[in-house]
Design a binder for this molecule. Structure first.
Ligand code: ADP
Ligand code: ZN
Ligand code: ZN
Length: 707
């Protein structure tokens, strides 16, 4: 009889500790067991095994589910690290680590098996015909049962006689492979230098800052090759994969086999297969999105994180981890290197590189061309038709005349609620926070979403007294219509949330654009990762929509989006031209993009962050209180603020509702990471004691502030 400590499947932080059960069967840490808990039967993970009971009244385990551990020692430790750091339950992390088919109560996602046939007993008495049939297939066994049956009619007899035998195997879904040709080229001296620096460096973490089209991917692939040659595994992280079919194709073209793909559009069965292939050491390179950071590697030799600034690396439900943190933890365990890469690194990462926490490696030159020329189109001066400026229309026409391609981005991020004077371009903002105010139509008032102050809105510009305010609103569909009228001959493709809803739709649109498209228009999606050699014009509409400071990060996201979108043209022998339609051509974000000058952007932005005391100068945590009754949520939030008396707390303010429930937000700021962590954990305990129906939701190190 042993005594086991179990994490039961219950997400609440209240139950974030182990419970002891007795167990007669052999069981290992990391296995799942079924236990009775209160009046329920729950699944749990075995954390530890003891021989001596800690208390007297101990229930017995109902069932041991796994023979082999699902979660190894490394991942268990990782789970408690993430739980502690992100103030979430261990079980929520354990659940996130596993593919859906293996999650504690996986009634929905069952693993599908299929019949396979292998050789059975030897020396079975067979007729000549039966022998012949057996011989015709035996070199190719094991085979899928359905295939064997198709090939030989005597399968049934051979099975009955025992010459063949049936066994079950996890069904393998065929993935559609369209193989592209691998291209190899002589590396540029910058690429050679970068590879050399990373390969021979003593540092753990590298930030590869390379301008768009500087050949970062090639550096990645070559570094990966070196590690694979040593018989180690490589993790290659990419943002939401739907967005980077081109990247996957390149990895496949280079390494051909031994690749697992792991991303959100796989179904449960597919995920399980990929997971197993890593666990059983059948693959050596995993290309995947956020969740693949938890793959059960045994000898990880390198972690590559592409487009490290991308927002999809932070999970926005419990556990709200950032992939970068998990990457660093795994690299410490496996003692391997990490390369973060981007043309527009996050301020956090660049600041660390600046302080030599990460080693900075730069690629300053494009492979084929100079950086594209940027044209800031001043919308205050230039006439426009349906939101398209005269210069952009002409550029598209030239592009079509030369049988080249254009990409148009309609920027919609945070576009509407900001109020902007149509006469003097003044954006109404909070005097305390310097962030743009949001217009709340229902109550006809303005609100600062940072500190929560509410302002009366008399529909008059305080600067020029005009009554004329901007409505920044046009959708991609409307734009598509206009484009058809302006360029009736052109083949126009649209890429947005609507047109990419279906599986593989994204890849299909890109394929069509590559082969016969003239204009690709879309939302932020078209800014990411595309590499087409005939694209010579990029147009960005409503470029300022994300500039207004609703959120301390808006300038950072705006800069990244503009620079990345610009980077989609002029990537090969043809020159690129970018038209950015803006009302604020003098804004430092616009000026930095104009000169492709990341570091000038970095230093200016850091100044703002310092003044406003925002990351990376401080650590943030948002706490959101949710209840049907706003009053109640507000009371609890105010109470929490009192409890946190020593800390810098912004709010409470009410923010947008979720599932009919009102939400109230606090923002905690702290210079010391450990102190913040301590404070938030004590807030959790405090909240549990209140026994209130108001839900408290913690988001450590949020990316942007939720509204
Ligand atoms: P980035 O990821 O930095 O934007 P990519 O890795 O996509 O850039 O490279 C841009 C293009 O240049 C790709 O089409 C790639 O195949 C090509 N390329 C990369 N390295 C070289 C090289 N050394 N010589 C020629 N072409 C290259
Ligand atoms: Zn005005
Ligand atoms: Zn404010």
């Amino acid at each position: 009889m042993s005594y086991i400590d179990v994490y039961v499947e219950h997400n609440t932080l209240k139950l974030n500790s182990v419970f002891t059960y007795s167990c007669r069967e052999d069981v290992l840490p990391g296995c799942r067991v079924k236990v009775s808990f209160g009046s329920q039967e729950l699944i749990g993970f075995v954390a530890k095994i003891d021989v001596i009971p800690k208390t007297s009244s101990i229930k017995e385990v109902l069932e041991v589910i796994d023979k082999e551990p699902l979660i190894n020692q490394e991942l268990f430790e990782l789970a408690s690290y993430i739980s502690k750091r992100y103030v979430c339950s261990v079980i929520s992390v354990l659940k996130t680590m596993l593919p859906p088919a293996l999650k504690p109560s996986s009634s929905r996602a069952r693993v599908i098996y299929e019949d396979w046939i292998d050789l059975g007993k030897e020396n079975v008495d067979l007729t000549i015909k039966q022998k012949k049939a057996l011989e015709s297939i035996q070199d190719r066994l094991p085979m899928k049962a359905s295939l064997v049956r198709k090939e030989i009619t005597l399968t049934k007899v051979l099975l009955e006689k025992g010459a063949l035998q049936i066994f079950k195997k996890v069904k393998h879904t065929e993935s559609i492979e369209d193989t592209v040709q691998d291209t190899s080229f002589a590396l540029t001296s910058e690429q050679i230098q970068a590879i050399e620096t990373i390969d021979s460096g003593n540092e753990r973490t590298y930030l590869l800052h390379g301008v768009t089209g500087s050949g970062k991917t090639e550096v990645f692939l070559q570094l990966a090759q070196k590690v694979l040659d040593q018989g180690k595994q490589v993790l290659f992280l990419v943002p939401e994969i739907g967005l980077t079919p081109m990247m996957i194709q390149r990895v496949k073209a280079r390494f051909k086999t031994g690749i697992a793909l792991y991303h959100s559009s796989l179904n449960a069965q597919e995920k399980y297969e990929q997971y197993l292939s890593v666990k059983e050491n059948r693959v050596s390179i995993v290309v995947g999105t956020r969740s693949s950071v938890f793959m059960p590697f045994s000898k990880l030799g390198l972690i590559l994180m592409d487009e490290e600034h991308d927002g999809s690396y932070k999970q926005d439900s419990m556990p709200r981890y950032h992939t970068r943190d998990v990457v660093l933890a795994r690299a410490r365990y496996h003692n391997c290197k990490v390369v973060l890469s981007s043309a527009t690194p996050s301020l956090d990462s660049y600041a660390r590189a600046y302080k030599n926490v990460y080693r900075l490696v730069e690629l300053k030159q494009r492979i084929h061309q100079d950086m594209p020329s940027i044209h800031l189109v001043d919308m205050k001066k230039e006439s426009s038709k349906h939101g398209l400026s005269e210069s952009l229309i002409q550029a598209i026409q030239r592009c079509l005349d030369h049988k080249e391609q254009a990409i148009l981005l309609l920027n919609r991020r945070g576009y509407l609620p900001v109020v902007k004077c149509a006469q003097c371009q003044n954006v109404l903002s909070c005097p305390d926070c310097g962030l743009a105010l949001s217009y709340h139509k229902n109550q006809d008032l303005l609100m600062c979403h940072c500190c929560g102050r509410v302002f009366h809105f008399d529909h008059t510009c305080p600067q020029c007294h005009s009554h004329d305010f901007f409505q920044l609103s046009m959708g991609t569909e409307k734009l598509e219509e206009h484009l058809h009228t302006l360029f009736p001959e052109a083949n126009i493709l649209r890429m947005d949330a609507d047109s990419t809803r279906k599986k593989n739709a994204h890849a299909a649109i890109l394929k069509e654009f590559e082969t016969k498209g003239d204009i690709l228009l879309g939302t932020q999606m078209v800014a990411k990762g595309l590499d087409f050699e005939r694209v010579t014009v990029v147009g960005i509409l409503q470029a300022d929509a994300s500039l207004a400071r609703v959120d301390y990060q808006s300038a950072e996201t705006a800069y990244a989006m503009l620079e990345q979108a610009s980077g989609r043209c002029g990537r090969n022998v043809l020159e690129g031209h970018v038209y950015i339609q803006t009302f604020e051509p003098d804004h430092y974000v616009m000026q930095s993009v104009l000169h492709h000058d990341y570091s000038s952007f970095f230093f200016k932005e850091m100044k703002y962050r310092h003044l406003g005391q925002y990351p990376p100068y401080v650590y943030l945590c948002t706490v959101i209180y949710t209840h049907f009754n706003e009053q109640k949520a507000m009371e609890v939030a105010n109470e929490a603020k009192l409890f946190l008396k020593d800390a810098k707390v912004l709010g409470p303010i009410s923010i947008s509702m979720r599932q009919k429930k009102k939400r109230v937000r606090l923002v905690l700021k702290c210079k010391d990471e450990n102190q913040l962590n301590f404070m938030v954990w004590s807030l959790v305990e405090h909240h549990l004691k209140l026994r209130t129906p108001v839900k408290q939701d913690i988001n450590m190190y949020p990316v942007g502030l939720e509204e």
